[in-house]
Ligand binder design. Structure first.
Ligand code: NAD
Length: 310
């Protein structure tokens, strides 16, 4: 297959590019390098540097002869979506519509979308949440992800585009940006490797579902050739609180400095955890990397990065 990966110079997209190439497909990456890095793009992939909202991107999707689009490019910062919801919608919705219109015109067969479990479900009624859980986003970012899925429903029904929205849990692993808002594992790992104290907001009992990026990439590779249409959770079904997470990262890095506690952050979700059973049933996908293994791989990656920078 000839596959276009938007956001393929970013954290998750670049791991997907590795996986799709390893499965024997051809890969073109579309990325404006706003947070992505050229060096993340695998050597066997072609990088087209353009914005997903641009005419150039639409032309590429329309005329590139792609069998599938794996759409990862996004405005990913939840807090930025709150301060500038129009920018969030511009990239996450209008950018996606630009790609969808071009995909239909260009005869693309399959469209995968990086959605978000935590941001779409909001405060959950049950733990872990299945795909049938109501979506109640509590941020413009979550609203743009949920709306993206609604648009996919329309393109699937009306334009016969085959699609799958992979609702990721909290993804972590090598290449995550430690300066971003999203990556608590990357931030804590960076601090622990320098034996600096990690800041835990509130009592540290907030839980998340941490899924290793290699497992997320594998879910995308499987979804690429599946004919399943609809949303799929890509998480572990396991809740881990921030205190446990910090302890695991301290073990993986050998850090000794204890964490510091700071007042809770306004509006932060208390718990989030998603049920991966359906991805198991339709894709045969299961997370394979345990949290401690994943934290060790992440620590090894950032340790090497620090050593190279020194
Ligand atoms: P990332 O910032 O590392 O990757 C996003 C990539 O998109 C970057 O390479 C960036 O340069 C590119 N990009 C951004 N705006 C663009 C635009 N207008 N045109 C072209 N390229 C653009 O983030 P990530 O963590 O790898 O996230 C990938 C996807 O997964 C996003 O859609 C995100 O919303 C989703 N997601 C991530 C998580 C997580 O835990 N990291 C959880 C749920 C969903």
């Amino acid at each position: 297959m000839k596959v276009l990966i938007t956001g393929g110079a970013g954290f998750i997209g670049s791991h997907i590019a590795d996986g799709v190439l390893a499965a024997g497909h051809e890969v073109v990456v579309l990325d404006n390098l706003s947070s992505g890095k050229r060096e993340n793009v695998p050597a066997q992939a072609t990088l087209v540097e353009a914005d997903i909202r641009s005419d150039e991107a639409a032309r590429l999707v329309r005329e590139g002869g792609f069998d599938a689009v794996i759409h990862q490019a996004a405005q990913i910062d939840v807090r930025k979506s709150v301060t500038d919801p129009r920018f969030d919608a511009d990239v996450n919705l209008l950018g996606m519509l630009n790609l969808l219109e071009a995909a239909v015109a260009g005869g693309v067969q399959r469209f995968l979308f990086a959605s978000s479990g935590g941001a779409c479900y909001g405060e959950q009624d049950v733990y872990p949440a299945p795909e049938s859980h109501p979506t109640r986003p509590v941020s413009p970012y979550g609203a743009s992800k949920a709306a993206g899925e609604l648009y996919l429903g329309y393109y699937g029904f009306e334009k016969k585009l085959s699609w799958c929205a992979l609702r990721y849990a909290n993804v972590y692993g090598p290449r995550q940006d430690p300066h971003g808002e999203a990556g608590v594992v990357a931030i804590f790992t960076g601090r622990c490797l320098k034996d600096e104290s990690c800041t835990i907001f509130g009592d540290g009992k907030q839980t998340r579902d941490y899924v290793y990026v290699g497992d997320v990439a594998r879910a995308n590779v499987l979804a690429l050739t599946s004919d399943y249409v609809g949303p799929l959770n890509v998480g572990t079904g396991v809740e881990t609180d921030v205190v446990e997470l910090q302890a695991g990262i301290a073990r993986a890095t050998g850090a000794k400095t204890p964490a510091a506690f700071a007042p809770p952050r306004a509006g932060e979700q208390k718990r989030s955890c998603i049920d991966p059973a359906k991805a198991g049933a339709v894709l045969g996908w299961k997370p394979q990397v345990s949290l401690q293994q994943g934290l060790e791989r992440t620590a090894a990656f950032f340790r090497e990065l620090l050593a190279r920078a020194a």
